[in-house]
Ligand binder design. Structure first.
Ligand SMILES: [Fe+2]
Ligand SMILES: [Zn+2]
Length: 386
């Protein structure tokens, strides 16, 4: 598994909120929520295993020696973690203690009695209902499922950034009130929840509030058809896990988001509302790990203003950030879609010229140089012959 994004690199975000100028400051990888003391690289599978894999094994591994969890503050007896550890999927057994603990906590949370969970306000949001979630044009394009059909509803303001109308205003409203509802419950129950990711402090991981199955459907049935067409070279046709969350911007919330890349192959970013000004997204070209801090070319610069209900779809490796939200509140729904096959394959590759802007540039330079060399060799031979 690829290691990028497994480490909290918040310290790297120094500047990098570059305007039209080339961005030379480091672009950190925006990773999933903090696994408290997690510093060492961890297989991404350990952070968020594919949907179907996030469960315990029926039979304990009897030879495995579990860690001790006596110091863990929890509503359960800490010894339960040592017993549960023997039931972890084999790939998790050697993961750092914090990663194992987070994984087991997530599973245990599902066993909490109903009364200890946030009570859903709008139950209809937790299952996929395309007709009440999406605008007709989006549903039509997904049904048609052709590049031509998608092109009819999208605009591509800069190569690799696709924008289209997606969510019904009524769905945005319900989801906003649902988020508010479980935030109230979290505050009242004095529960500690995960931050949406390493850079955003305000918002919530929707997967932790019962939205995991619905968001998985959203990825498989509505995002995959598009990413298969537009992002196949970064795993767009093999997306198999997701991280779904909302982020909140405004006074007393996050104001802006520094320049970064996402820990995703494909990112869906939809504005839910409410009233706000500012908060534009800025994009600065797609880069592989090796070139993540290389200069921006003028043609890679894009500024995008959010409109509620409107989605943006881009590669996770498309460098971007968010300008300050100057008034009001802005809440966006994010779905980071991942492909474990792509991450595995990436380890064996050096040249990413099918999608990295800088790899492409280097390739063009190499081709020009070899063409020039051939030309001058040819001129030398013909010159010596005349
Ligand atoms: Fe991002
Ligand atoms: Zn590259």
């Amino acid at each position: 598994m690829s290691l990028d994004g497994a480490v909290d690199r918040r310290e790297d975000t120094s500047a990098g909120n570059g305007l039209a100028a080339p961005i030379l400051a480091p672009a950190p990888v925006l990773a999933p929520a903090p696994l408290s003391a997690l510093r060492a690289p961890v297989p991404l599978s350990a952070l968020r295993a594919p949907y179907g894999d996030r469960r315990l094994r029926l039979n304990p591994n009897k030879v495995h020696k579990p860690d001790t969890y006596e110091d863990v503050q929890s509503e359960f007896d800490p010894s339960i973690y040592s017993s549960l550890e023997r039931h972890l999927p084999p790939s998790m057994l050697e993961a750092p203690r914090d990663a194992k603990l987070e994984f087991m906590r997530e599973i245990l949370a599902r066993y909490l009695p109903e009364g200890d969970r946030a009570r859903p306000l709008h139950k209809e949001l937790y299952n996929m209902h395309p007709l009440s979630f999406f605008v007709p044009s989006f549903i039509g394009a997904i049904r048609e499922n052709t590049e031509e059909g998608f092109r009819k509803i999208i605009s591509e303001p800069s190569p690799g950034v696709y924008s289209f109308s997606m969510l019904q205003p009524s769905f945005c409203e319900l989801l906003l009130s649902e988020v508010q509802n479980f935030e109230k419950w979290v505050a009242a129950a004095k529960f500690k929840t995960m931050r949406p990711n390493t850079m955003n402090k305000y918002g919530a991981v929707l997967d932790d509030f019962g939205f995991e199955a619905m968001l998985n459907k959203l990825m498989e049935e509505f995002i995959c058809p598009m990413s298969r067409v537009f992002f196949s070279e970064v795993g767009g046709s093999t997306l198999d896990s997701h991280h779904g969350f909302v982020v909140e911007y405004g006074k007393d919330k996050d104001v802006k988001l520094d320049f970064h890349v996402d820990d995703s192959e494909v990112t869906l970013n939809v504005c839910l509302g409410k009233q706000f000004s500012g908060g534009e997204l800025f994009f600065r070209g797609v880069r592989c790990d090796q070139h993540v801090n290389s200069e921006t070319q003028p043609e890679e610069i894009l500024e995008y203003s959010h409109v509620p209900g409107q989605a943006i779809l881009h590669r996770g490796r498309h460098r971007h950030g968010a300008r300050p939200t100057t008034s009001g509140y802005r809440i966006n729904l994010l779905l980071w879609c991942r492909s474990s096959v792509f991450r595995e394959m990436k380890k064996y590759q050096q040249d990413f010229s099918s999608w990295c802007g800088e790899c492409q540039r280097e390739k063009r330079i190499r081709q020009r140089q070899s063409l020039d060399a051939t030309k001058s060799a040819f001129l030398r031979t013909t010159g010596s012959m005349s």
